[in-house]
Design a protein around this ligand. Structure first.
Ligand SMILES: NC(=O)c1ccc[n+]([C@@H]2O[C@H](COP(=O)([O-])OP(=O)(O)OC[C@H]3O[C@@H](n4cnc5c(N)ncnc54)[C@H](OP(=O)(O)O)[C@@H]3O)[C@@H](O)[C@H]2O)c1
Length: 338
């Protein structure tokens, strides 16, 4: 006779059938495109948890999605939102109802409820609230994968971080320092450079006023460069990088086409690479989550990594949050509260 253990029977939660979410409707500007709507609450599939969202991080890729330039991968919700923090209301894997988690999503974070693969959730680190925790997954996964795995950063090496006051940038500065690297940060403007220094960068360069490659060379060069700019930064990256160094692209906001002087790459034995996070498959994200909990979560517990939250907006005001991000004055993360 077939026997069902109680814990293997899916529990249905008391969560409502409908929920508030932010949908992309209409034009391209934030106010015309982003509308608060009532939609059906997502149902977790096998191995997935349902999270009651308390806070959701905003990321630059959300802007690209709103503009139609970054469609969600197959199987991901149409709604935006790559990271959330909240409470588990339907359990799976190692989680039980009521656990406080933050999670990396394929989409759907701008909502009252979100589902995710149970393996892509991490416990909210001690001492962090939902708002701080909601800003962790997308940036920590991206920085870990690119700086430490593709870039192979080691203690004692020098990391250069462009766009240093972005959500990604502030996280990269703190994770680089936590790993024992020297960090050179670049940002556009003296005030942003000062913020990068205050966040722990050893050297901060106002890229509008100084040649960051010259500064880097005077500091002994860079072993890893995290570049979200491309364009005319690339030639300077090649000046700044040390022999055996690694240049890792995560975006190309300054231009996606560059001239590659092959001979210089050969002479420096430089590695030029890059990656995207969202299209990685579920097992790969689960692997990253496991390594990050082991390596990065202790840095957070020790207070070495605590990326600043620049501003919060209620979920219904997601359009204002996008406008704030696009305004470009922020330092660190912008977070929605549900
Ligand atoms: N590959 C991946 O898996 C992945 C994952 C997540 C994010 N990303 C990318 O990482 C970047 C940061 O994301 P975020 O959410 O942290 O965004 P964010 O907070 O909006 O920051 C964007 C940053 O880009 C800098 N920037 C933009 N255009 C620039 C230019 N032409 N020259 C120099 N700097 C420029 C800005 O620098 P200033 O402040 O100095 O103006 C700003 O610091 C975005 O491009 C995003 O698409 C990639």
């Amino acid at each position: 006779m077939r026997k069902f253990l109680p814990e293997t029977i899916p529990m249905s939660s008391s969560a409502p059938d409908q929920m508030s979410a932010i949908a992309i409707e209409g034009g391209k500007g934030p106010a015309e495109a982003l509308k608060a709507v009532q939609i059906e609450r997502p149902r977790p599939g096998p191995g997935q948890i349902l999270i009651q969202v308390r806070a959701a991080g905003i990321n630059r890729p959300d802007i690209l999605q709103r503009l139609g330039a970054y469609p969600p991968p197959a199987g991901a919700p149409d709604t935006m939102g790559l990271e959330v923090a909240g409470e588990v209301v339907e359990a799976a894997g190692r989680w039980k109802v009521g656990d406080r988690v933050c999670a990396l999503l394929g989409g759907g974070g701008y909502a009252e409820y979100a589902v995710c693969d149970a393996r892509h959730a991490l416990p909210i680190p001690q001492g962090l609230d939902f708002i701080q925790a909601a800003g962790l997954p997308e940036t920590v996964f991206t920085v870990y994968a690119n700086v430490f795995e593709h870039g192979g950063l080691k203690a004692g090496e020098t990391l250069m971080v462009h766009g240093a006051t972005s959500g990604i940038g502030v996280t990269a500065i703190q994770m680089g320092k936590a790993a024992g690297a020297k960090v050179i940060a670049t940002a556009r403007g003296a005030a942003k450079a000062a913020s990068a220094k205050a966040l722990g960068a050893d050297i901060a360069v106002d890229a509008t006023a100084e040649d960051f490659a010259q500064v880097a060379r005077a500091e002994g060069g860079c072993d890893v460069i995290l570049d979200m700019v491309g364009g005319d930064y690339f030639a300077k990256d090649l000046d700044a990088i040390n022999t055996g160094g690694r240049i890792v692209f995560i975006a190309s906001q300054g231009g996606g086409e560059v001239t590659l002087p092959i001979w210089r790459v050969m002479m420096k034995r430089a590695v030029i690479t890059g990656s995207t996070l969202r299209p990685r498959d579920a097992d790969e994200k689960a692997r990253l989550a496991e390594v990050i909990e082991r390596v990065v979560w202790p840095w957070i517990a020790a207070g070495k990594v605590r990326p600043p939250v620049d501003a919060t907006f209620p979920l219904a005001e997601a359009a204002k949050a996008h406008a704030h991000l696009e305004g470009g004055t922020h330092v660190g993360k912008i977070v929605l509260t549900a």
